[in-house]
Structure formats: C-alpha cells, structure tokens
Design a protein around this ligand. Structure first.
Ligand SMILES: NC(=O)c1ccc[n+]([C@@H]2O[C@H](COP(=O)([O-])OP(=O)(O)OC[C@H]3O[C@@H](n4cnc5c(N)ncnc54)[C@H](O)[C@@H]3O)[C@@H](O)[C@H]2O)c1
Length: 262
C-alpha cells in the first residue's frame, strides 16, 4: 500500500471546512472530497458555498452549509447539522475569516469590524474545535484540526483587528495541541503567504518580493493542508505552524544577491 496514495480512511473519517465558499477553504474542502472524504462546506455566502460543493471532484460527498459563524447559535447548528450529514467529524479546517479592508487601520476600524474579525476567527475556531474534540474524545477516536493563521500573527499588517485575531489563533493552536494531544487529536496551523483569493486583493508588484516569483493560489495550500491533516502522513505532527508562502517571509530590507555572472 502506498502511503501517499491513501492519506485518509473515508470509511471512518469525515471533514468540516469553514470558509469553504471561496479561496483557500474552498481549495482544501474540494481536495478532501477528491480524496473520497465526506466534507461539510460551511460558509456565510450561500451562492459561493453551493457552487463550491457542486463543482467538487465528487459532489455527492460535499455537503454545503450556510450560516454566520460569528453567531453562537449558528455554530451550534453547524455542529448538529454536520453530525447528521456526515457523522462524526474527524478532520476540522478553520479557514473562515471576514474580508480585510486596507482602510481599517488603527484609528479607523469600527468596534463591529473588530468584534466580527475576532468572533469568526478566534471565537468560532475555539468553540467548534472544543466541541468536535469532546465528541472525538467521548468516542475514543483520533482527529486532526487545521487553523488558517497568517504571517501577520507575528508581524504587523496595519490592520490591528486582523493581526491580533491571527496572533490569538496561533496561540490557540498551541494550547489545543497540548491539551488534545493525549487523546490523539492533532492541532496545527497553516500559514499562507500572499494568496490571490477573495480575502486579500494583492498588488501584482508583490511578486518581486517572493523568491518563487509569483503570488500564491488557494490550490497551492491544499496539498500541504491534506498532508498535515492526514493521520497517516503526519501522525507525529502537532502544534506546528507550517508556512506555505513561496518564500515571502524571507523578505527583508536587504536585496537578494545580484548573481550577474550566472
Ligand atoms: N489570502 C491570503 O493571502 C491569506 C494570507 C494569510 C492568511 N489567510 C487566511 O486564510 C484563510 C482563507 O483566506 P482566503 O484568502 O481564502 O479568504 P476568502 O475571503 O477568499 O475566504 C474566506 C471565506 O470565509 C467566509 N466567511 C467570512 N465571514 C464568515 C462568517 N461570519 N461565517 C462563515 N463564513 C464566513 C467568506 O464568505 C469566504 O468564503 C483566512 O482565515 C485568511 O485570514 C489568507
């Protein structure tokens, strides 16, 4: 049996992906379905999430779910609906996040925008992960959770509601990895660079600061997401922050060497 050909056990495993209507979440959810894993696609946008499920490699395994994850009642409904649709969720991916607007600097960001950013990233991530972990622990089943954080968990972004939410999420990953590890539940962070998806409108000029020479796509994140989620491939990986950024985080104020004679 080839290890990399069978990363999941579709008879026993099922997934829930938030933010699955667009961008990185959609790419990961569709890739899971492509591996034969029954997957709930959760998003606040009905049009995009229905389209994402429908255009999956195996639409019969993709279950769209619509709701606002800033809302506690909606999160409870998602947990119940996911359980009825796919059974026990063993793999949880938290990619939902409100859009970033460059105008929302420290003096401009409203209380509502601040609260929504933290509610969707941190509060929903914590609540859903804790409930899903409790279900797995009660059933003596292993699991694997993946949170989309950001390079801006560690460096400012001029968007304090966003960077503080991601910094908190990065610590939540480490807290949960430590607490859940003894139950066989792994918790990791996936750290994207500049990915031209819906949440970030990238200036194409940014490409010149990326060693691999281009902006990323949601599809660049999906293979690594699957590898980290897989209990077969990454059984001994927890509490890690895995950077997929084409080398963007290597950028600093020194230019790369000229290398004219090559
Ligand atoms: N794109 C990047 O360059 C980049 C970089 C670093 C981190 N990230 C992180 O990766 C994740 C995905 O980014 P993306 O660019 O694919 O984003 P995106 O905007 O394309 O997708 C996010 C999805 O979350 C959904 N969403 C927003 N608010 C919601 C709510 N209240 N309830 C349910 N769903 C909600 C949106 O409808 C959207 O479909 C985010 O957490 C983002 O912060 C992205």
């Amino acid at each position: 049996m080839s290890l990399l050909n069978t990363p999941f056990d579709p008879a026993r495993e099922a997934a829930l992906v938030t933010g699955a209507g667009n961008g990185i979440g959609r790419a990961i959810a569709q890739a899971l379905v492509g591996e034969g894993v029954r997957t709930v696609f959760a998003d606040v946008n009905p049009d995009t999430v229905n389209a994402a499920a429908k255009t999956s490699p195996r639409p019969e395994l993709a279950v769209p779910w619509v709701g606002d994850l800033a809302n506690h009642v909606a999160r409870e409904a998602l947990l119940a609906d996911a359980c009825s649709a796919v059974g026990r969720v063993t793999h949880f991916v938290h990619s939902a996040s409100p859009p970033r607007r460059e105008a929302d600097h420290a003096f401009a960001v409203s209380s509502e925008t601040w609260a929504q950013m933290h509610a969707v990233n941190l509060d929903a991530g914590f609540h859903l992960a804790r409930e899903l972990a409790s279900q797995l622990i009660a059933a003596h089943q292993p699991g694997s959770f993946l949170f989309l954080t950001s390079l801006h968990a560690g460096t400012p972004r001029n968007l304090p509601h966003y960077s503080t939410a991601k910094a908190a999420l990065a610590m939540l990953v480490r807290e949960l990895a430590r607490t859940f590890g003894r139950f066989g539940i792994r918790v990791n962070a996936l750290v994207p660079g500049a990915i031209a998806a819906g949440g970030f409108v990238a200036d194409p000029q940014l490409a010149k600061h990326i060693p691999l020479g281009r902006l990323g796509r949601g599809e660049d994140l999906a293979p690594m997401a699957l590898a980290v989620l897989s209990n077969r491939v990454s059984a001994y990986v927890t509490g890690a922050a895995i950077v997929v950024d084409g080398g963007l985080s290597l950028m600093n104020w020194f230019d790369p060497p000229a290398l004219e004679d090559l």
